[in-house]
Design a binder for this molecule. Structure first.
Ligand code: ADP
Ligand code: MG
Length: 261
């Protein structure tokens, strides 16, 4: 809701009529929305509603099977050729993935690498930075998440909240165009949630473009410019956060919010 950097007609991500089917049933169906540069958008919805699948389709970890997803104008995962839609080459998919940070529920840092090594890996091996440049970038990112003093520790020496902050720093080191968060605080003990939310809040204020699947409804209300609500694979609401919370668009959604707050 900070929204200062939002440029309303400057979508970084455009999702149109996207569907994904697993065997017989739809995980997501006919989902369309846009994410503008500088915007923070929260995706809410019950378990199994397709939120994770939607995020995974955006960087083609899960190939979608209908509709289109464009990042910075580029079609994700497919290319159009002579009126047909063909699977994109892996190299081009990897190219789009470099620009999209992903922070998962579980921190999945490399356990046998120190904090700083976890952060320099991607910039050196994926982006081709020099080790010195990668270290400099990693230290800036660690400063942002308040963990510079932990740079030489091992992941298992950190609390879950600290590990998740390193996970966010690792995403930042790739200097992504946007970051996707999938329940970044769900596996944390309650007393560790706040420090991770504080980092995400700072990123929202700094104008990072973010799509945030979360069960932290109060947090979504505070930081999100817009709220998307999913259920049974469908996008049931896409509204400015203040509108969504002031007057939930359906009785069903009001009930979900009442139960989740
Ligand atoms: P959410 O993140 O909102 O909890 P998901 O996107 O994980 O929802 O799941 C949406 C639906 O798709 C669920 O019914 C789930 O069981 C199904 N699903 C997700 N991933 C797979 C998969 N790899 N194989 C089969 N079904 C899946
Ligand atoms: Mg999920």
């Amino acid at each position: 809701m900070y929204g200062t950097m939002t440029a309303p007609d400057n979508p970084l991500l455009v999702v149109e009529n996207v569907g994904k089917r697993f065997s017989a049933s739809f995980a997501i169906e006919d989902v369309s929305f846009k994410l503008n540069r500088g915007e923070t958008v929260a995706i809410l919805g019950p378990s199994g509603s397709g939120k994770t699948t939607m995020l995974r389709c955006i960087n083609f970890l899960t190939p979608y099977d209908s509709g289109t997803i464009r990042v910075g104008g580029r079609l994700v995962g497919y290319r159009e050729e002579g009126g047909r839609c063909l699977r994109e080459k892996e190299a081009n998919i990897a190219d789009i993935r470099k620009r999209i940070g992903f922070v998962f529920q579980r921190f999945n840092l490399f356990p046998h690498r120190t904090v700083i090594q976890n952060l320099t890996e991607g910039p050196v091996y994926v982006l081709g930075l020099s080790v010195d440049a990668a270290i400099e970038r990693a230290r800036r990112a660690l400063d942002l998440v308040g963990l510079r003093y932990k740079e030489n520790e091992w992941p298992d020496q950190l609390s879950g909240g600290q590990q998740q902050r390193v996970g966010i720093a690792r995403a930042l080191c790739m200097e992504p165009d946007m970051i996707l968060f999938d329940e970044a605080t769900s596996s944390l003990d309650p007393e560790l949630v706040g420090e991770v939310l504080a980092v995400i809040r700072d990123l929202a204020l700094s104008g990072m473009t973010m799509l945030l699947v979360t069960h932290e409804i109060a947090f979504a209300r505070e930081v999100a410019d817009r709220i998307l609500f999913m259920e049974n694979g469908r996008l049931l609401a896409d509204q400015p956060a203040e509108v969504f919370f002031a007057a939930p668009p359906s009785a069903r959604i009001a009930q979900f919010l009442a139960r989740s707050m």
